[in-house]
Design a protein around this ligand. Structure first.
Ligand SMILES: Nc1nc2c(c(=O)[nH]1)N[C@H]1C(S)=C(S)[C@@H](COP(=O)(O)O)O[C@H]1N2
Ligand SMILES: [Mo]
Length: 382
């Protein structure tokens, strides 16, 4: 980690670019202005999908900061993006509890403050070609959910915690039209995780509207969809909860084999899955370096392969000791001229490996959620 910080500091302070320019390959010149370093980025052959411009996806090639700046957070809102005034807003706690109550934002700000840096990835990320930037790593500030629930006095039969957003949309359910709020749930046991926060800040500032102002759930270790924005109600119930974003959408359909028989597993997207991507290749005009990120599990190792060569261990940088954040990595590469494919794979502390693109876990998955197979990116070296 220290090495990465020092290196970046040096690069940022690294003086004028002019001296290095003559050494740069021509196709890197266009990218020069967007890098803060003496090194130039060589663009990937495939360009990111432009279909999702409104989502504000991360541009891996210009990524320099381990904490994603607030204006660069990607945004997903299935029912649009409501603009809420703090004075019109409250958080209601209802259902199977001793002490139902309503919180203002000031009430929540007066409670014990806690922060967490968390990598949040949309479960649809990597689900189709060119969609690889729906992920961010930000510092969230708020108050723990667990103590709010404890103080509320959950009844013995309460097993489910439902989080309702303020955003709403029309849904047809078995021929009935309803207007309903975005909602996701967790078991009470999962919701009592002391790291889960009711957040009113990101990177030290109030939440932007698009990211959930005035309050959102931040659930480290869960896919994006669990992190309910524009939170307005938390409800304790005595049965499991389903709804569009638990039981119809964000459902992974996978074919599994048991004793020669097919078992169709339909599972609700929940906890994050191990993932990594090659982010960019840089050059100082002479040597090459492959940079990337890995997340979704407690990453202890990342390996990189060029074409059909051997897997080689990358050097881990920032974030490597935190299971909730992405880990930056890099590998120096003695590149030869021509077109190459670069693949990365992440390995977790418990031994879990990011599946290969042709692993049955990936190939027998029929829906695009949770597409965490190894990614190969093509690049042309002059
Ligand atoms: N209320 C509400 N919360 C929501 C959503 C939504 O549509 N409405 N989208 C979810 C999904 S699918 C993702 S990926 C994350 C994205 O968080 P961000 O927009 O802050 O990046 O928000 C989640 N929380
Ligand atoms: Mo998402």
């Amino acid at each position: 980690m220290a090495e990465a910080i020092t290196r970046r500091d040096v690069l940022i302070k690294g003086g004028t670019a002019a001296a290095g320019l003559a050494l740069l390959p021509s196709d890197a010149l266009a990218r020069w202005a967007s890098t803060t370093s003496q090194e130039a980025v060589i663009p990937w052959i495939e360009r990111p999908s432009e279909a999702l411009a409104g989502v504000n996806v991360l541009d891996w090639e210009t990524l320099t900061s381990w904490v994603t700046p607030t204006e660069k957070l990607f945004r997903v809102g299935h029912y649009g993006s409501p603009v809420i005034a703090e004075t019109d807003w409250s958080l209601k706690l209802s259902g199977l509890i001793e002490r139902p109550r309503t919180f203002s934002l000031a009430d929540l700000r007066q409670r014990p403050r806690q922060e967490v840096v968390m990598t949040l990835e949309c479960a649809g990320n990597r689900g189709f070609d060119g969609f690889i930037g729906a992920v961010h790593n930000a510092r969230w500030g708020g108050t723990p959910l667990s103590t709010v629930l404890e103080e509320a006095g959950v009844h013995a039969d309460g097993i489910e915690v439902v989080f309702f957003g303020s955003d709403e949309g029309e849904e047809e359910i078995r021929e009935t039209q309803v207007t309903q709020n975005f909602a996701r749930s967790m078991s009470l046991e999962d919701a009592m995780d002391p790291d889960i926060l009711l957040c009113y800040e990101v990177n030290g500032e109030p939440l932007p509207n698009e990211n959930g102002f005035p309050l959102r759930l931040i659930a480290p270790g869960w896919y994006g969809v669990a992190n309910v924005k524009w939170l307005k109600r938390i409800e304790i119930r005595d049965t499991r909860f389903v709804g569009r974003f638990m039981g119809r959408d964000y459902v992974t359909l996978r074919e599994e084999e048991r004793d020669g028989e097919t078992v169709w597993a339909e599972t609700s997207v929940g906890r994050s899955q191990i993932n990594s991507v090659p982010a960019k290749v840089t050059t100082d005009g002479d040597r090459h370096r492959i940079h990337g990120a890995a997340w979704g599990a407690d990453i202890v190792r990342v390996e990189v392969r060029v074409d059909d060569g051997p897997w080689r261990p990358a050097q881990l940088g920032e974030g490597q000791d935190d299971p909730y954040t992405w880990t930056f990595w890099h590998l120096d590469w003695d590149a030869s001229a021509g077109e190459h494919g670069i693949t990365s794979r992440a390995i977790a502390r418990d031994g879990e490996e990011q599946p290969a693109a042709d692993d049955p876990l990936i190939t027998r998955k029929k829906t695009y959620w949770e597409s965490n197979g190894q990614l190969t990116r093509g690049i042309l070296i002059d």
